[in-house]
Write a protein of this length. Sequence first.
Length: 178
Amino acid sequence: MHCPKCGQQQVSEETRFCSRCGFILTGVAEVVAKGGVIPEQRTGIVGNSDSPRRRGVMQGLFIFLLSFLVVPLVAIISLGLDVDPYGVVISALLFGVGGLLRIAYALMFEPAMPNSAAQANMLTESANRTALPPSHSTPASAYTSPAGSWRDTNDLQREPASVTDNTTKLLQNEEDNQ
């Protein structure tokens, strides 16, 4: 499998992030496993009636429509008691604006899938994370030494301990060359 962002070839299919650019590959592996078909995800209000987003929108709509009942009743009561109409303004703000805010909150922050499906997804994901990946072996012949000049540890030179050691080694090199 190759990273769709930078083209880096990945070592195994279980890789979750690209080793070069850090791109998240969990969804890519799923698309490759399904032959290029993107799995369907239900989002928005349409779908399961048990989703928190749908319930939130319905609650907000109910509160907003309740303002059409409560505000006139509070207005009639305030006229009957000959009181200032502060209650009408407060009830209109609470129910009208509160209902619209509840709808906006549900659409922006609440998940689209039902709680039972979300919990089932979390359980399967946690089970997959704790399980070991399937075993696979790579033969030793697949590993090669790095390209370029590879130095053996015997080729590494240390600094001479003293001036006489350096002179002795230079004289030995001259004798070997003759």
